[in-house]
Design a protein around this ligand. Sequence first.
Ligand code: SF4
Length: 367
Amino acid sequence: GMPSAPPPVLAPRRKTRQIKVGSVGVGSDSPISVQSMTTTPTTDINATLQQIAELTASGCDIVRVACPSADDAEALPIIARKSQIPVIADIHFQPKYVFAAIEAGCAAVRVNPGNIRKFDDQVKEIARAAKDHGTSIRIGINAGSLEPGILKKYGKATPEALVESAVWEASLFEEHGFNDFKISVKHNDPVIMVAAYEMLAEQGDWPLHLGVTEAGPAFQGTIKSATAFGALLSRGIGDTIRVSLSAPPVEEIKVGNQILQSLNLRPRKLEIVSCPSCGRAQVDVYTLAEQVTAGLEGMEIPLRVAVMGCVVNGPGEAREADLGVASGNGKGQIFVKGQVIKTVPEDQIVETLIEEAMRIAEEMGEA
Ligand code: SF4
């Protein structure tokens, strides 16, 4: 068929320099990437690689692993080599692990300068080692670990404090001719976080890694991240994202991907358009939507499936979707690409939708 126009986005992307995290470009026109962090002990190489494989399968672009000890640093070469996606080593406190991670072949290293005493003295050597190995850096400023001087000046982690710290650290690397870094200025409060990133975006062309830190358990963390990232991404700000949840990392990837898909910043895959149900519903919409979602989980093709409780908006939405059902009178009208293809009894709605989805997927695969 005709190539279709790219779906609309809310704002053009902010212009940034581009860096590489291994094979993944970050910044400029590179697609916005989704990251997570492993929760296994890094020293447990098999478990860590297993979790990385699960993250890769769920659509993770870049993975970060913690490196708090010499044993963790020793595990990095194998993890970096065997991971299917670029690995970032996350370093606090000990600059010697920064060098170990660079030597280990990690795609990038995350440093939190607030947690490295005398960081300024080390920047030149870090920059040189990183440049020699083609390693990029994330300068990860965090509200919980601001440099003492800046904390004293502002009293607490205000947007201004986070940004001043970030700009200062950036200048230390740039003084040594090192530009292959991105920046994050994380805070657990989405309002402060958004203000900080907006301010930072004005002050340089650095690629930005978005994150709401310590966002909380899945429900709260998902909403905090979605609102904060949404505010920034809708203005073109943000080049790579990490949703932090007190939940398994695969959940972070699902949320991150869904945020990008919602804003047309990543191609949409399966999308269930289901009504909230109301007093007019002639079918149990919650159960029906859940069963359809479960039945179609993991579908890799873009598919909009409408599940509607009655005939008010039902046929309209079902017609707009690739596939849909409008229920009423104990029956479901099944729509494919705007045409009613059949009417089935209520208890056959789910299986019919799944069958039709599989058929569409097969056709698309053959096309
Ligand atoms: Fe209510 Fe029907 Fe709308 Fe669903 S589609 S919310 S049941 S009016």
